[in-house]
Design a protein around this ligand. Structure first.
Ligand code: PLP
Length: 413
């Protein structure tokens, strides 16, 4: 723990795309006493958070809550559904798709990694890390798989390493158009609670989410949303699974309990987060993040810097990736901004390390916290000697002033 007298004054600006800033009322909810996880009050809490999460995932089917991180939710989905050596088709959208691919390898599966080929000559960055998943490529690959060896298609909905949203409904249509029985697995770990996600309507079989991104909570719990087809498939799958096994958890969840000790205080936080998100209404929550994303992208364009996601229809409401000019180390810039202004920005990961940074616009934020964050970035760019085309701060101020938030959107925040 940092010594108290070393704490900078005021609030740290946690502008990374998860963990996101946690609202005070969620932190306070966590300070309630821990209760007996086999006692009668617990069942009320357990049932409440499960039914709330079904609303957030927009599903009528079971949602499994784990004490674990998003990585655990990836492993849970694959280990419940797959058998050793199964082929899975994964789409490379960035670092999180790559890490999920590595989990599949470690579990003894045969993942095939599809991606947009080539390199963008302007930035030298791989196109696959600047674009969303491509339904036409997925459909073409599935059509070749006449023996239906591919067991699942795995797509990251909100690619947190780049700031790109993939069109999950279009991926579903591509699988159906190919007449292929593969399961559809979707990582919406950073998307849920920021970007529209419709589990049942989009025909997703398993979705993964985590607490520390759009749900505005500290890290520590993660989720699998299931479909009836996924539950059926899990009965025949033979990869070993113990802690992550859905069957025991789903059975005990019917009474509001878990087979092992759940993360009681984080479930208080989840209950509070659900009150905030569902109280505001999902449509309002999504609109709020879209508006923040537009403001931040307006700032980046005014600076004259490329946005990591090159496809305007796939820009993320969760975060914006900013590509730095050639010769400017994005991590040195981040370090400078942190030291001077107590502002944390997301690092470039994997293939884009040092070439870009990420501005999160999720969690406990508002127009003025985002203005402060953009001010910190703009000052940092100047100090690092990055010549900008104009003021991003001014562009964002103009945007916020001319695009008032709908009154209903302010109500429950
Ligand atoms: C954060 C994140 C993960 C990993 O979750 P952990 O909680 O760090 O294990 C996976 N996928 C996406 C898209 C993420 O944003």
């Amino acid at each position: 723990m940092i010594a108290l007298d070393q704490h900078p004054s005021g609030r740290h600006f946690l502008q990374i795309p998860g963990p996101s800033p946690v609202p005070d009322r969620i932190l306070r909810a966590m300070s309630l006493p821990t209760i007996d996880h086999r006692g009668p009050e617990f069942a009320v809490l357990g049932k409440r958070v499960i039914s709330g999460m079904q609303q957030v995932f927009q599903t009528r089917h079971p949602v499994v809550i784990y004490a674990g991180s998003g990585t655990g939710a990836w492993e849970a989905a694959l280990s419940n559904l797959m058998s050793p050596g199964d082929a899975v088709l994964m789409f490379e959208t960035g670092q999180f798709a790559s890490l999920w691919h590595r989990i599949a390898l470690r579990l003894g599966l045969k993942p095939e990694f599809l991606g947009v080929p080539g390199t963008d000559p302007a930035t030298g960055l791989p196109w696959s890390w600047r674009r969303p998943a491509q339904p036409d490529l997925i459909e073409a690959r599935l059509r070749q798989d006449r023996g239906h060896a591919i067991r699942a298609v795995c797509v990251v909905h909100s690619e947190t390493s780049t700031g790109t949203i993939s069109d999950i409904a279009a991926v579903r249509r591509a699988i159906d158009a190919a007449g292929h029985p593969a399961l559809l697995l979707v990582d919406t770990i950073s998307g849920l609670g920021c970007a529209d996600y419709r589990h049942d309507e989009w025909g997703v079989d398993v979705a993964m989410a985590g607490s520390q991104k759009g749900l505005m909570m500290p890290p520590g719990i993660s989720f699998n949303a299931l479909s009836p087809k996924a539950i059926e498939a899990s009965k025949a799958a033979t990869l070993p699974r113990a802690y992550w096994a859905w069957d025991e958890i789903v059975e005990m969840n019917k009474g509001g309990y878990w087979p092992s000790t759940p993360n009681t205080n984080l479930l208080y936080a989840l209950s509070e987060a659900l009150d905030m998100i569902l109280g505001q209404g999902l449509a309002a929550v999504f609109a709020r993040h879209q508006r923040w994303g537009e403001a931040v992208r307006g700032a980046v364009r005014a600076w004259g810097l490329p946005i990591q996601c090159a496809d305007a229809s796939a820009h993320s409401p969760v975060l914006t990736g900013v590509v730095t000019p050639a010769g400017i180390d994005a991590d040195a810039l981040r370090k400078l901004i942190h030291e001077r202004f107590d502002l944390s920005l997301g690092t470039g990961l994997g293939k884009v390390k040092g070439r870009m940074f990420r501005i999160g616009h999720l969690g406990d934020s508002n127009d003025l916290t985002l203005m402060a964050a953009l001010s910190g970035v703009e000052m940092g760019l100047k100090l690092a000697g990055v010549g900008t085309a104009g003021s991003g701060v001014q562009a964002a101020m103009d945007f916020f002033a001319s695009h008032p938030q709908q009154p209903a959107l302010q109500a429950a925040a």
